[in-house]
Design a protein around this ligand. Sequence first.
Ligand SMILES: [Zn+2]
Length: 213
Amino acid sequence: MKKKKKTISKKPVQKVQLKKPSNAEAEKAVRTLISFVGEDPDREGLLDTPKRVVKAYQDWYGGYNLDPKEVLNKTFSEIHGYDEIIMLKDIRVESHCEHHMAPFIGSAHVAYLPNKRVVGISKLARITRIFSKRMQVQEKLTAEIANCLQEVLKPRGVAVVIEAQHECMTTRGINEPGISMVTSQLLGKFRTDASTRKEFYSMIKQGSILKKV
Ligand SMILES: [Zn+2]
C-alpha cells in the first residue's frame, strides 16, 4: 500500500498575544471557584479571599517578569585558576505544576565547572527561584536552570538535580504521601566524564563539613 506522504505546513505559526486580565477579572474568577467548591463568596470570612488569592498568585507566579539571564550577567574572572566544581546545595524549590497548579516543594543542587569565569554563588539560587515561580513541570524546570547556566556562563559543564514532592500526587490523585520525584540534567563534562559525574553525586551525598555550632 502506498503510504501517504506527510506534508509539513509552511504556514508560519501565529503567536497569539494574550491579554492579561485585570486584578478585578482575576478576583471574579476566584469568586467562581469559591462558589464551585460549595461556599458562599459573600460570607464574611471569604469577602477578602479573592484579593488575597490574586496577591498570592502574583507571588507564586512572579517569575515571568524576571529575566534569569540578566541575573547571571555579572561574572568574575579573578579566580586564581580555580577550575573545580562549584556547587550550591539544598536550594529550596517552591514551584507549581502546570497540570494542576498544585505546589511541588523540594531541593535543588546546582553545580558547574567554571571556564575562567564564575558568578556570585547566590545567583544560582536566584535563577532557580525565577524559573520555579512559573507554571512548571519538574523535568522542564531542571533543564531550564541547566541550560540557562550553560548558555550565559559557558562553563565546561553544568549539573542540576532536583528532588521534590508534588502535592497533586501526595494530597490527591493516588494520594501517596512521602514519595518524591528526582530529576537531573547533566551537560558538558558532567555528562561525558564519569569521574566528574561521580564527584558531583558524592558531593551531594556528603554531609556538611562545617562544624555544627
Ligand atoms: Zn500536577
